[in-house]
Design a protein around this ligand. Structure first.
Ligand code: C2E
Ligand code: CA
Ligand code: CA
Length: 697
């Protein structure tokens, strides 16, 4: 309140009034009133402007005190300090005035200098007090701000050592949704209404405060029965608020046991408590108990050892296959983290990921998981194993990291992979947080070549309207749809969403498939991919490798053979295809692919192959030759063949890891063609076809 203050002088004695007014005019804007009756109307029209009142109660003390009482009852006038003046000294009058609410008392005759000093003081005081009370209150709702709430709780606890109290934390589960549907204003109105309801239930030495968003805290005397009753009423009353949606209000109650605990830590306990009933229909109050305490301790332990765990490589990456429902083949796999803790044992991500998402450690862990997963893919490619795209989970914290794209690209390049090898699973809720930023990052990721899957689709809510703006490729349905968590309507919703996704040209993955019936249903709905225990659980990398070898390779070969070998033009011959490779898997791929066109003979090394060639050279149509083998490698075998005219005319297709040197050397030693591993079967088929047809001419 900067600038000149206004002072109102009420005095029926003109001389006295003028004397003070003239003196004060140098410092204040002075208003004068000759009668108390007139003063009412001046105050009424200048309530917000008057900084102080000098009220003379001679000759009629009664009217003066009445005016003072009137001022104290009014919300605005009550803040204006009043100095009372009188002619006759009377202790009784003075006490009565002060107890009615006067700030000070002066007897005439007084010196204007003293009046000014007293005025300055009380104005200062009242302005400071009103500023403080503004700061103490939450602007929107008028309840205490967090800081003041904490201070007051601490004080009341100290002053009432034997009374029992509780901290109650409130949470509206669907507050975000309400705001989205009905607007920010409606949200604010609900909060104001709630604060009013809470205040109504609060008595002396009890408090209400607001922390942030829809979270209020109450500090109440502890009486479980009354508390339950009151909270039940609160829920009912708040649901009377005119908004066409249930307000899902929940309370977490922490009965204060440890009074020395910092108040925010008490909130923390109440928050943990309310979290235990999140999403539980019909439950609106929970009490802090031993189980929650143990969980809290467990969580603290986890956070305490996470960094060492990462360093000591206690985290492992498991893989869970995804199936193409059309072909029943493995179409990809999701990388899922596990924690092998030296004391706590094997832990699933539900135990630690939410914690890491809260404390930010998830970005470190995710980097590790991506790096590890990419390392496996790299090794599979090197070994010539079948490779499918691997999906990794990306937390929303990751996306907000400005270095995210650089980090993930760095990992891809470090392992000599391409973005196409990796799918990124981003949970739906990430898109609802800060849509513009996420959409921009995802757009860039897509441009770079990553395939983007929206994870847990349907668990949030804004998704349907946002779908057409999102740069994604695949929708991964929330497990709840398939498992029927959405009630009897699950199937309808499911088929609607799949239809919608198809219409928008997204592929759909259904997760959590556990039964044959679910598969049937999804097949009928034309869902593209499934992932679930029915087919396979997440498994350690070695197991996944073996699994892929068993399933996918054979599948791939089937696919190609059923395709009529991509229209291979030559007829089945009685001739032999000699496959020389030390790896059974490689031999298997070739033998199965060409079984209907040649007689297949497999040898594990150059020496055995040479034996066979010596006996059967007349009947061999083509040799598929690996370079690196124990006993006798491919180059050595070719050297043997090159020195004998009988063997020289048999076409040799070198199948190897590649590298310019090997290619050159192979041709120099008489190879007819060279095919790089990992096998691209289309290429091999054409090479074989060309080579064999040319040699038959
Ligand atoms: P999510 O991304 O939705 O992963 C799918 C979860 O469903 C996995 O749980 C998987 O094991 C489980 N699941 C798969 N099929 C079935 C089934 O048929 N029935 C049932 N009941 N469950 C099935 P998991 O591995 O425990 O992971 C839980 C969540 O933890 C994941 O949910 C994901 O959000 C998070 N998570 C896991 N690994 C990582 C990671 O490396 N980084 C990040 N940021 N989050 C991860
Ligand atoms: Ca996922
Ligand atoms: Ca999921």
């Amino acid at each position: 309140m900067a600038g000149i203050r206004t002072v109102l002088i009420i005095d029926s004695n003109k001389e006295d009034r003028t004397k003070v007014a003239v003196f004060l005019e140098e410092y204040y804007n002075v208003m004068e009133s000759a009668s108390i009756v007139e003063a009412y109307s001046i105050l009424d029209s200048n309530a917000g402007r008057v900084a102080a009142v000098i009220l003379d109660i001679t000759p009629d003390m009664q009217y003066g005190e009445e005016l003072l009482r009137f001022m104290k009852r009014n919300e605005y006038l009550s803040r204006i300090p009043v100095i009372m003046t009188a002619i006759t000294e009377s202790e009784e009058t003075e006490i009565s005035a002060l107890s009615t609410g006067a700030s000070d008392f002066l007897y005439k005759p007084y010196s204007p200098v003293i009046v000014k000093k007293r005025l300055d003081n009380i104005i200062n005081l009242s302005e400071n007090a009103s500023m403080a009370s503004d700061l103490q209150k939450d602007h929107l709702t008028g309840v205490y701000s967090e800081e003041v709430f904490c201070q007051k709780v601490a004080r009341i606890l100290e002053e009432n050592p034997s009374a029992e109290y509780a901290i109650i934390y409130s949470d509206i589960e669907n507050f975000g949704l309400i705001k989205d549907l009905f607007g920010e204003n409606a949200g604010n109105n609900i909060l104001v209404y709630m604060a009013r309801v809470f205040k109504h239930f609060i008595s002396k030495d009890e408090l209400c405060g607001r922390l942030e968003a829809d979270h209020f805290v109450l500090f109440l005397k502890y009486n479980k029965e009354m508390l339950n009753e009151n909270l039940e009423s609160v829920v009912k009353i708040i649901n009377d608020f005119p908004v066409s949606m249930n307000i899902m209000l929940r309370f977490g109650v922490y009965k204060i046991e440890d009074r020395a605990m910092p108040v925010p830590a008490m909130f923390g306990r109440a928050v943990l408590t309310v979290d235990t009933i999140k999403g539980k229909y019909g439950q609106y109050v929970a009490y802090y108990d031993k189980k929650i305490w143990e969980k809290q301790v467990h969580e603290q332990e986890i956070v305490g050892c996470m960094e060492d765990a990462l360093e000591e490589k206690q985290f492992m990456v498991y893989f869970q296959p995804k199936y193409d429902l059309g072909s029943e083949r493995v179409a990809g796999a999701e990388a899922l983290v596990r924690w092998q803790h030296p004391v706590k044992g094997f832990m699933n991500p539900a135990e630690f990921i939410p914690l890491f998402e809260k404390n930010g450690f998830i970005t470190e862990l995710d980097k590790y998981v991506w790096d590890t997963a990419c390392g496996y893919v790299e090794s599979w490619i090197k070994n010539g194993y079948p490779v499918v795209p691997i999906s990794v989970n990306v937390s929303r914290t990751d996306i907000y990291n400005p270095d995210f794209i650089e980090i993930i690209l760095g990992i891809i390049h470090k392992h000599n992979l391409e973005p196409e090898h990796i799918h990124l699973e981003i949970t739906e809720t990430a898109y609802t947080d800060n849509p513009e930023q996420i959409i921009e990052v995802v757009r860039q990721l897509k441009l770079i070549g990553f395939v983007i899957e929206m994870d847990d689709f349907g668990s949030g809510y804004s998704s349907l309207n946002m779908l057409n703006e999102l740069p994604i490729d695949i929708l991964k349905l929330d497990m709840g749809f398939v498992q029927g968590d959405m009630g009897t309507n699950s199937n309808n919703i499911l088929s609607f969403i799949i239809g919608l996704a198809k219409w928008m040209d997204y592929a759909v993955v259904a997760e959590g498939i556990e039964t044959e019936e679910q598969i049937q249903m999804l097949r009928n709905m034309d869902c593209n991919f499934v992932q679930g225990y029915y087919y396979a659980k997440p498994m350690p990398p070695e197991e996944f490798e073996a699994y892929m070898l068993r399933h996918n390779v054979l599948d791939k070969i089937d696919e190609i053979s059923s395709d009529g070998l991509y229209g291979l033009k030559f007829k089945k011959s009685q001739g032999v295809m000699l496959i020389v490779d030390d790896l059974a898997l490689n031999r298997k791929i070739l033998s199965t692919s060409f079984a209907s066109y040649f007689q297949i003979v497999e040898k594990e090394n150059g020496a055995e192959a040479l034996e066979y060639i010596k006996e059967n050279y007349n009947n061999i149509d083509v040799i598929m030759l690996d370079l690196v083998m124990p006993v006798m490698d491919g180059f050595t075998l070719m050297r043997h063949l090159g020195v004998d005219e009988r063997y020289k005319k048999i076409p040799v297709i070198v199948t190897s890891q590649g590298g310019e040197k090997s290619v050159e050397k192979s041709f120099a030693l008489g190879a007819t063609d060279f095919v790089e591993k990992p096998y691209n079967l289309r290429i091999i088929l054409h090479r074989v076809q060309n080579v064999v047809m040319a040699s038959r001419k």
